[in-house]
Design a protein around this ligand. Structure first.
Ligand code: C2E
Ligand code: CA
Ligand code: CA
Ligand code: CA
Length: 279
């Protein structure tokens, strides 16, 4: 019965078959999208404890010519699986740094940071440090304004190599945030060895922070941990002022979420920052 069941699932389940075909099609489309520059970035603002603007996070978007907007939750894991994340990551970095380069000549923007998400596979690639340095040199963006968001899963193995790479980039002026903190299983003993600047409380803990005592404890623990380690702690997914106030009351130093703004395209961000239009 078991074998038959497996057979059914493997070869005759039309839904699964469709999913497999769909995935292959999506992969082919993503490959094409990367060739034809269909991917672009949107930017979400980040704020300090006084809610002043401190920077933005760049988030990838893909507008498929037929399917319309494809969620990063679908195309980022696919890109990681297929290795396309290397090209995707290269394009993201180039776009983000090109915009960042326009910020340094204006007093209103020269202290803002640009946070860029880096996938595990991308960070582990041997050419990553050089790619960062080259992209900064090519665009003229300042390393001190670039923040890389890494996830805990990066710390699963090769920890010495990871630390070595992070230190090389830190020496170059780049800073680091640990994204989705609390969702993985990073060993706390690693935490103090990593040249981190920031911990990011995952939005899954922020969402119900006012109603779920477990989430409240986790959020407060992360804030306390960050304080003990001398790290800035940012909460993501902050949607209302009650959440912000609760986190502030417990010492959270930075915020990001719909309360402050949704991710917006570059043109809108340029307007918002009152920068002169790009030449
Ligand atoms: P993430 O890095 O944890 O990004 C936060 C996600 O939460 C974003 O989803 C953002 O749009 C969403 N968000 C922001 N504020 C709120 C809020 O107040 N409420 C709610 N409910 N959601 C909020 P998005 O843009 O769909 O990205 C999903 C994930 O895809 C990201 O999670 C990140 O892991 C990945 N991703 C996006 N862009 C890139 C990229 O350029 N490179 C890599 N490697 N991953 C990326
Ligand atoms: Ca992120
Ligand atoms: Ca996150
Ligand atoms: Ca919960």
């Amino acid at each position: 019965a078991k074998a038959a069941g497996r057979n059914t699932v493997g070869f005759f389940d039309p839904q699964l078959q469709a999913a497999v075909t769909d995935k292959a099609a999506l992969e082919a489309d993503l490959r094409l999208a990367l060739e034809q520059d269909e991917l672009f970035l949107v930017y979400q603002t980040q704020h300090d404890a006084q809610t002043a603007l401190t920077g933005v996070e760049a988030l990838a978007r893909w507008k498929h010519p037929q399917r319309g907007m494809v969620s990063p939750a679908a195309f980022i894991p696919l890109a990681e699986e297929t290795g396309l994340i290397l090209e995707l990551g290269r394009q993201v970095l180039l776009q983000a740094c090109s915009l960042l380069a326009t910020w340094q000549d204006h007093s209103a923007t020269q202290h803002l940071t640009m946070a860029v998400n880096v996938s595990v596979r991308q960070f582990k690639h041997p050419g990553f440090v050089q790619q960062i340095q080259e992209t900064l040199a090519l665009t003229g963006a300042k390393p001190s304004q670039l923040k890389l968001e890494l996830t805990e899963s990066l710390l699963a193995d090769d920890i010495e190599l990871i630390i070595h790479k992070m230190e090389a980039l830190q020496a170059f002026g780049v800073s680091f945030s640990l994204d989705d903190f609390g969702t993985g299983y990073s060993s706390l003993s690693y935490l103090k060895r990593l040249p981190l600047d920031q911990l990011k409380i995952d939005q899954s803990f922020v969402r119900d922070v006012l109603t779920d005592p477990n989430d409240a404890v986790i959020a407060r623990t992360i804030i306390g941990l960050g304080q003990s380690l001398g790290l800035n702690v940012i909460a993501e997914g902050v949607e209302n002022d009650e959440q912000r106030a609760f986190l502030a009351q417990h010492g959270c130093a930075a915020y990001q979420g719909y309360l402050f703004g949704r991710p917006i395209p570059a043109e809108q961000l340029v307007q918002f920052l009152s920068l002169p239009a790009a030449a």
